[in-house]
Design a protein around this ligand. Sequence first.
Ligand SMILES: [Zn+2]
Length: 371
Amino acid sequence: MGASIKLGSIWGIPVGVHPSWFIIFLLLIWSLSTGYFPREYGELSLVAYVVLGVLTTLLFFASVLAHELGHSFFALRNKIPVKGITLFIFGGVAQIAEEPKSPGAEFRIAIAGPMVSFALAILFGIAFLLDQQIPYLAAPSAYLMRINFILAAFNLIPGFPLDGGRVLRAIVWWWKKDFHKATKVASFTGQLVAFGFIGFGILSIIQGNFLNGAWLAFIGWFLQNAAAASYAQTNMQHHLQDVKVSQVMDRDCVRVPSLTPVSQVVNDQILNGGQNCFFVADNGRLLGMLTLRDISQIPQQKWGFTTTAQAMVPANRLVSVTSETALLSALQTMDNAKLGEIPVLDNGNLVGVLSREKVLHYLRVRAELKV
Ligand SMILES: [Zn+2]
């Protein structure tokens, strides 16, 4: 989703806002303080409406955060790390690092968010009933009750990537014992739901309700993209399920001695040899790995008197896999370490390198041969 602005962390999970969040934040304050609160109260000053609008909006986003923490709580309980929680224009998202390992875990993680929202709707409903005598609290409570209810109900629509889609996937997975098939079903209903939103949006626009219509269509477009992307990803995972690193890795990776100047590597191997990843080794002993990214971090005028040993990532800091590692888990390792290439070591001996490019190439070949 791109960079987000970090606000803090809860349970060790970084919490941030995406720049697009400010649009919805201001829009909500504006709509509450010029529409909802004047309609409810009518006799207050503009400042009072804006203060009520800001406080209610903040409580709404605290509710969204609580919803995401609901998902995160059960992810952590199932030993699945949560990379972060981000608020953005369509609400919130908890980036759960891996797919749950069982339908039960998937179900609990997915349902927890809407359950938190339902609980908040009930709490704000009770607050609404209790503060009838305190006029400034009644309208915000009523609003927060309604919007939390909508948040829960909307998220339970059974189409990927909504929580309801995950619930549906968990049920089909548990019933058919087939994760891939379950993902197919949930992605398919997700796309149906998305097209439904787009259709409704266009219909509303035709009927003259431009803003609501455009918003619905926009949500539909977002859902359609997310459903298609998640399908493509699980489809790829399905195809790569039994593939091992040894089937994809590069075996003839270039080795360079530790005292070679970087400028020589650039001239001889990169610009004239088409290589982009090197092992720094002396007498067969691996000292480290050198990639284009390492080289680009050194100012060009220093390439002549920087050795490969100075520019490389030393072997003891290298994350590695073995040739027997499953490709998917190797990709996960690369992803976590933010690496484009990873060395393949068997019993401490360098046998090759796995790169993202190689994986893409492998996928293209398989797609071409339809195998
Ligand atoms: Zn959710």
